[in-house]
Design a protein around this ligand. Structure first.
Ligand code: DGL
Length: 359
């Protein structure tokens, strides 16, 4: 009699545990699969004290520790992590971008990967995001995230930014939106976002063209979409590239001469972005060096250091006559990226100008 009661209790317990396990498995099966590719930066940084928000060391905490520091992530996605690099992002280079882009495209081609989060230093985050916006060959969400305070700081912004980024990367609403930047509860498009403050947590702004949404309570709310081509609509393919053409930026300011332009061309630049004053104006002391560079086959893009607005073709310079390209609204650092990719396909300034009006 007692044995029968005992075996019935065991059977009931087993059934309960089986149901619990099945429910958990069903829940996990419903969660999106998100891969976190870690590259370093402040989000992986550590400071000497909890109040150290400047003067800390970036790129010290590994991807597994970043994930373990936010256990809430496991409730919203099945997450795996890869440490692609461990660098401060001021040291990000073309070679890093090619490795990252190829890894992303390999992962996104797998049916069991629903989205990707890239943890990154904020200094060049906007550049990596724009580069990926032009070379990722998938509509699946790719979200770039960082933080302005190291992981050891009071009110560190990294954990919530990472939680938001994972939610966004696993969200069906983020499909087909291009590469996104998730910082400070905001969603920005890769093309238009820029780091606008040296230290504050609201540093990422899409200024006049505007951010595209919010993340609230772990859920994305979109209010606009980008009109320029990206990802699967892009004509750029880096899968077979081991290097990118050398393209540099020459900055204009009062009293500037032609030393920087000449030095960059002598060092082998195949393309040169001029970060002009105002509407991309060419200082008289710089212009001859740019014209000479063009005559040597260097493609010149007139951009502007001001940060907002369209650099008008044939506005401050006769671009048709000079055979220069204008950057549209792209910042000098992003114009460099598009020109670099353009030069992997063509040297035609007509075709390159089309690209600057397309992406
Ligand atoms: N060294 C900077 C970088 O890795 C720190 C800034 C940050 O990540 O917020 O971009």
């Amino acid at each position: 009699m007692l044995f029968q009661k005992y075996s019935r209790a065991c059977a009931a317990l087993f059934a309960f545990l089986f149901l619990l396990a099945s429910a958990a498995q069903a829940q996990t099966a419903k969660l999106p699969n998100v891969t976190i590719l870690a590259t370093g930066g402040t989000i992986a940084g550590t400071g000497a004290t909890s109040t150290t928000t400047v003067g800390y060391t970036a790129a010290t905490v590994g991807v597994q520790a970043l994930i373990q520091a936010v256990p809430e992530i496991a409730r919203v996605a099945n997450v795996s992590g890869e440490q692609v690099f461990q660098i401060a992002s001021e040291n990000m280079g073309n070679e890093h971008w090619l490795i990252l882009a190829k890894r992303i495209n390999t992962l996104l081609a797998q049916p069991n990967v629903d989205g990707i989060v890239i943890t990154h230093g904020t200094d060049t985050l906007e550049e990596t995001a724009y580069f990926l916006n032009l070379v990722v060959r998938s509509r699946k969400p790719v979200v770039v995230v960082g933080s302005m305070r190291p992981s050891t700081a009071l009110s560190a912004d990294g954990p919530i930014n990472l939680y938001n980024a994972v939610n966004l990367a696993g969200s069906p609403q983020a499909v087909g939106k291009g590469v996104l930047v998730a910082m400070n509860d905001q969603i920005h498009a890769a093309r238009d976002v820029t780091k606008a403050n040296t230290t504050t947590t609201d540093t990422f702004r899409s200024t006049e063209l505007g951010m595209i949404g919010y993340i609230q309570g772990g859920k994305p709310f979109f209010y606009r979409e980008v009109t320029r081509k990206h990802t699967v609509e892009s004509e750029f393919d880096v899968s077979k590239l081991d290097a990118l053409p050398q393209v540099d930026v020459a900055y204009a300011y009062a009293n500037v001469g032609d030393v920087a332009v000449k030095a960059l061309v002598a060092a082998g630049a195949k393309g040169l972005v001029h970060a002009g004053v105002g509407n991309g104006s060419l200082p008289a002391k710089t212009k001859p060096a740019l014209v000479a560079a063009r005559s040597q086959g260097v493609v010149i893009v007139r951009s502007a250091r001001v940060g907002q607005g369209i650099v008008a073709r044939n506005g401050e310079a006769n671009d048709d006559q000079l055979d220069f390209v204008v950057s549209d609204t792209l910042s000098p650092q992003k114009a460099r990226i598009l020109l670099m990719l353009a030069l992997t396909k063509t040297n035609s300034t007509k075709d390159i100008q089309r690209m600057f009006h397309t992406y």
